[in-house]
Design a protein around this ligand. Structure first.
Ligand code: ARG
Length: 565
């Protein structure tokens, strides 16, 4: 147990029953910004109403009934706060010991033990290239996967491919009209993309193309073998393309069960809806009326089903197939209404487990001034963005560290790390606009800054040319400088940061923590000599612990940590 929970335990025991029934003390323990006010603080304000006492009095009474254990140096009541000062050498020893013992598991917990979470992320619409706009769901979902897995959950990564629907009809019509077998063989993705763009251009002046596409999709849904074969081929080519990009990001999926997979599972949804009397006719279309929301369209008047119908079938399937504790849909904010409707329909169907289903929405991204849209054809391919990132990182490395070995490999780590970190460091609901200079700034709030700090700490270890000693062999009481203690406290907090990233479904909490950790580490690094100092062994252990935590944090964001850069 780290100190926060231990302090919560002390406070909890000192409080009357009715107080802890209302408030989870563990969540209100604070770390004062000014260390002069203690290492941890219990704010009594939120208990004033329940206990009908002034906060200051509550804090005093709690203080009076606690017998401080040896690791608490002293306690102090200030205003409505009870401040705790931790015995420093105890704290240093405890934190370093734990990081050494746990290594890559440090910061994790077992809260998810025995529970399954399904994460639906990336989920591109095939028949479109992997546009850069897809990057946010992809990196967010992947990071959430790592966070939940770290917390002991069994995670199923599902790519709910958009491989069904009218767009497949457009694809087929375009191929029939302008497709070329040779070009498709030579460069499938480019050919499929050009067909997509051409269809949308021509449909502007020939609206009958849209009717043809709808008709083609209807035939596909009815199982026309020729169209199915074409569709299957396009689908496979597309998945291959996606997998190449995912591999560069270190991403894998457990399932590619996309929309088409649910084609034969929709009749059951319609049956249940009919049985429960939820299906209403609206000008030939079938809808479900919802309270406070626009009706959910289930079937069009031409008989074809919709995105929402397939999501209903998918929701049922996931419940029955995975028995999940949690299902996360990592999909942009524009689909908020869609998920509200789908969840509301499930609730009407009596599927109470829908409470476990969550839409993890996120804001838009812009690259420079251009909003990204595949439809207009001014698409920026995700892969091009990654290539550009790697190229720019390579140029920086050539300038800063021309003698580096494995320059290409490091450029890939740094360039991609820069992109991932940028897309993960903001709260997910924030609209962001991508900025190369900021993303690659070694001195700013960026992935390369964190990676550079990691590599710099590594170079100190190499320079010292000494083993990092086990904590038991160290004199941890010798680390008394404020910069050292601040760093230890920062390291101690990692587990609660991961827990809050899990709770808020916010990898940005980890990204921001890493920036802070690096800032505190660099404060220590610049203030004190490490190699050749009297406390070299202790400082090297502290530095090594910092490296472990940076590496773990970057891992949870899906970013690699280079040893040199
Ligand atoms: N393919 C969809 C799109 O690009 C996202 C799918 C998200 N997942 C889901 N179960 N609806 O908009």
């Amino acid at each position: 147990m780290m100190f926060r929970q231990r302090i919560a335990g002390l406070v909890q025991e000192a409080l009357p029953e009715e107080a802890i029934r209302h408030i989870d003390i563990g969540t209100i323990i604070e770390i004062p910004a000014d260390p002069k006010l203690g290492d941890y603080a219990f704010p009594a304000f939120s208990l004033a109403r329940v206990l009908k006492k002034a906060p200051q009095r509550i804090a005093q009474e709690v203080a009076d009934s606690i017998t401080p254990p040896p690791w608490v140096e002293r306690m102090e009541v200030v205003g409505g706060y009870l401040n705790f000062f931790i015995e420093k050498s105890f704290m240093v020893r405890e934190v370093l010991q734990r990081i050494q013992d746990e290594g890559e598991a440090y910061g994790s917990s077992q809260t998810g033990q025995g529970r399954t979470v399904v994460i639906d992320f990336s989920s591109p619409n095939i028949a479109k290239p992997v546009a850069v706009g897809l990057i946010r769901t992809t990196v967010l979902g992947h990071s959430l996967y790592r966070i939940f897995a770290h917390q002991g959950y069994h995670v199923e990564r599902v790519n709910h491919l958009g491989d069904w629907g009218t767009q497949c009809g457009k694809w087929i019509v375009a191929y029939e009209l302008w497709g070329d077998e040779e070009r498709l063989k030579a460069d499938p993705i480019k050919e499929l993309f050009q067909l997509y763009v051409r269809f949308h251009q021509e449909a502007e002046t020939q609206p009958e193309l849209d009717d043809r596409a709808r008709e083609a999709f209807r035939r596909l849904e009815q199982g026309d073998p020729e169209l199915l074969a074409l569709w299957r081929r396009f689908r496979e080519l597309s998945i291959k393309e996606f997998e190449r990009v995912y591999a560069r990001l270190g991403i894998e999926f457990d399932s590619y069960a996309g929309e088409a997979f649910y084609e034969d599972k929709m009749p059951r949804v319609l049956e249940i809806l009919t049985e429960k009397g939820l299906l209403k006719d609206s000008e030939g279309a079938a809808i479900v009326e919802l309270e406070d929301l626009p009706p959910c369209l289930i079937k069009k008047s031409d008989g074809s089903t919709l995105y929402a119908t397939r999501d209903l079938a998918a929701a049922l399937y996931r419940w029955e197939h995975y028995r999940p504790s949690l299902v996360l849909y990592v999909v942009g904010a524009p689909q908020q209404l869609h998920f509200k409707q789908v969840f509301a329909v499930l609730r009407l169907m009596g599927m109470d487990w829908v409470d476990r289903y969550e839409h993890i929405a996120f804001g838009t991204i812009r690259l420079g001034d251009e909003a990204m849209s595949t439809r207009r054809g001014n698409v920026v391919f995700l892969e091009d963005l990654l290539d550009e990132a790697t190229g720019r990182a390579r140029a920086i490395i050539d300038e800063r560290n021309p003698g580096l070995a494995d320059k290409d490999e490091v450029a890939e780590m740094v360039g991609i790390g820069a992109v991932l970190f940028y897309f993960l460091m903001f709260n997910r609901m924030k609209d962001i606009s991508f900025d190369w200079a900021a993303a690659l700034n070694y001195e700013g709030d960026s992935g390369p800054y964190v990676q550079y700090t990691y590599a710099r700490a590594g170079s100190v270890l190499r320079r010292a040319d000494a083993e990092v000693l086990p904590v038991a062999e160290l004199n941890t009481g010798a680390l008394t400088e404020p910069e050292e203690l601040a760093l230890v406290k920062e390291l101690a907090r990692f587990g609660s940061v991961v827990a809050s990233a899990e709770a808020g479904r916010e990898p940005s909490a980890i990204a921001r923590y890493l920036l802070e950790l690096c800032r505190v580490f660099n404060g220590f690094y610049h203030a004190h000599r490490i190699v050749g100092s009297d406390v070299m062994a202790e400082r090297l252990a502290l530095l090594d612990a910092t490296r472990t935590v940076i590496r773990n944090g970057l891992y949870l964001l899906g970013i690699r940590a280079p040893e040199e850069m």
